[in-house]
Structure formats: structure tokens, C-alpha cells
Design a binder for this molecule. Structure first.
Ligand SMILES: [Zn+2]
Ligand SMILES: [Zn+2]
Length: 319
């Protein structure tokens, strides 16, 4: 690599990770960021994460999701918003960001245009970065329109985050150990590990709890037509154990709905589509090796959350 490999004059500057020999070093930086965060040394964690992004402008390791939360923890709202805005900027779609997004120029205070709102409404738009942009804008300017725009877009992109934050589920004690799905429960797990404490602070907590759009996204309505009951708070209802998509207020409604739901349930529960199908292609995340993992779009909770399922009707005739 040569002794100048960390300099900006190095021919592979910003391309670490893509240069295979650099991966152990990049993994070490990621581990330092992780460990320092666990030990409560936010500044050290930020330094390691920022260095990883300086060396790898394409961020193959997903450090942007960590750093954006760390900047919030350090109270660096302006830098956090600037950083999120660079990573959310469509002009860089598929391209490297200058210094991995760590130039920390002043953030843009203007409202998102209709075109940007549409851009951020795509299923793969990163819910974690949108919510961190919301938190940063709220920290800078309070309950302003821009902060609300990010808040609602982020909640919509990955509802799994606020469903559990608002249900006051216990904060995860470490990052998810398996590959993540874009905007899945696994990404929500990582996000909550890093950021749940911030949303639980009184001002932020009141802010999200009083936002009608957020509540409408995270609160479920019973799937039985004619019931109309809504959750009093997120995760009050359980979901069908077959498809993990239909929520019911209780076993009676699930039983009554089974004839109507059965066909949709079995279709949803069909074997996954082949790896080259559009469903797979849309969803994925660079794993530790920098390869795109093929996954379904299933946003359901992982198997540790079986208590959230109503198992009635799965695989058996109800009567
Ligand atoms: Zn019901
Ligand atoms: Zn079902």
C-alpha cells in the first residue's frame, strides 16, 4: 500500500474497503467505533467512524448509520443534519459522497420540495437517516415544518423503529448480528440500540407522540372488516402467525376473519420468490463482505418476537 496510503494524495484515496488489503483495517475502525460507543466514549466513537468514512467515501460498511446517531448523541445537531442531507441527496445517488459526507457544511434549512418528498418516499429510502435528520432539525429549530417532513418520511420508511420506541420496548443491548434488510426490523434493532435513548428524552418523546401522522402510521387497525378497533398504543395487537401481515385486536376477530383472510394469508406465506426477482433486487444491504445480500421485503419481526403472533388458523382449517 505504501506509507502515503492514508494521505489525500494517495491514488486510492477514499477507496478503502474496495482495495481488498484495507479491509482488516476498516473492520478494526468499525470495531473501535462500536467499542467506544459501548464504553460511553462518544467522541472517540465519532473519530473512528469519521475516519472510516474519510477513507471509504462509498461507505461500504454502513458507518453512516452509526455516525449520524453518534453526532446527535454528541449534541452536534448542525453536523448531523448536514451529514444526513448529503447522504439523502439524490444528486449523489449511487455515487461516493465527498469525504464520505463528513465535510460538515452548514445544513440546508429549506423545506423539502415535492420532488424530494417523492424521492424519500421510495421503499428503500433509509428510515434511520431520515429520522436522524428529523431529530437534528428538531434539535436546531424545534417543531418546524422541515423537522416534521423528515419525521413523517422516516416513520413511513421504517415504521418498525417507532412502533417499538413508542411501545417502550426495551432498548437492544448490542447491534444485530446477522445481515440486515433495508428498513426491516433488523435495521430498526440497530437504530434503536444507537438512538432509542434520544427519542425517549421528554421533548422528543412528546414531539413524536403528538404528531398525528406518526401515530397514524404506527398504530394498527384490526384487519377484520367491520371491527374498526385501533390500538391504544403500538404493539397492543398481535399479528397473524401465518402471513405476519394482518393485525387483529384479539383471537375472536382473527377467528371470524379466517374465511375472508385465508387465501391472502396463504399467498403471503408462499415460498419466497427466486433471487433474481424484482422483490429481491429492491431490498438488500451490503453485508460485512461488501456483497449485496438477497432478501425478501418481509418487514415482520424476527423470530424472537413470537409473542406478537396470533397463531390461530395457521396451516389448519378453523372449523
Ligand atoms: Zn377486531
Ligand atoms: Zn395471515
Amino acid at each position: 500500500m505504501g506509507s502515503d496510503c492514508f494521505d489525500e494524495s494517495f491514488h486510492g484515496y477514499g477507496e478503502f474497503w474496495c482495495l481488498g488489503d484495507t479491509r482488516p483495517y476498516m473492520r478494526a475502525l468499525g470495531a473501535i467505533a462500536n467499542l467506544a460507543h459501548r464504553l460511553g466514549d462518544v467522541d472517540k466513537s465519532i473519530a473512528a467512524s469519521t475516519e472510516a468514512l474519510r477513507l471509504c467515501h462509498g461507505d461500504n460498511m454502513g458507518q453512516r448509520f452509526v455516525l449520524s446517531s453518534l453526532l446527535l448523541k454528541a449534541g452536534r445537531f448542525s453536523d448531523a443534519l448536514s451529514f444526513c442531507q448529503v447522504w439523502l441527496d439524490p444528486q449523489y445517488d449511487g455515487l461516493n459522497r465527498p469525504r464520505g459526507g463528513c465535510e460538515f457544511n452548514p445544513p440546508n434549512p429549506e423545506l423539502l420540495t415535492a420532488r424530494l418528498v417523492e424521492w424519500h418516499s421510495k421503499p428503500w429510502s433509509p428510515g434511520n437517516l431520515l429520522l436522524n435528520a428529523a431529530y437534528a432539525a428538531f434539535g436546531l429549530w424545534g417543531d418546524c415544518e422541515l423537522a416534521r417532513q423528515y419525521l413523517v418520511l422516516g416513520t413511513r420508511a421504517n415504521p418498525n423503529i417507532f412502533v417499538k420506541v413508542l411501545a417502550r420496548r426495551e432498548k437492544p443491548d448490542g447491534p444485530y448480528s446477522r445481515p440486515r434488510t433495508t428498513n426491516g426490523t433488523d435495521e430498526a434493532h440497530d437504530y434503536r440500540w444507537l438512538t432509542q435513548d434520544l427519542w425517549a428524552e421528554p421533548e422528543a418523546w412528546v414531539w413524536i407522540n403528538t404528531n398525528r401522522d406518526v401515530i397514524d402510521i404506527v398504530v394498527k387497525t384490526c384487519a377484520r372488516e367491520g371491527c374498526g378497533r385501533r390500538e391504544m398504543r403500538p404493539l397492543d395487537f398481535k399479528k397473524c402467525g401465518g402471513c405476519r401481515q394482518a393485525f387483529y385486536c384479539g383471537p375472536e376477530c382473527q377467528r371470524e376473519d379466517w374465511q375472508a383472510h385465508r387465501q391472502a394469508c396463504r399467498q403471503a406465506n408462499a415460498p419466497p420468490a427466486p433471487p433474481d426477482s424484482p422483490v429481491y433486487a429492491m431490498s438488500g444491504f451490503l453485508n460485512d463482505e461488501g456483497a449485496l445480500d438477497a432478501m425478501t421485503l418481509d418487514n415482520s419481526d424476527d423470530s424472537s418476537d413470537l409473542s406478537d403472533l396470533w397463531e390461530y388458523g395457521v396451516e389448519v382449517e378453523p372449523y
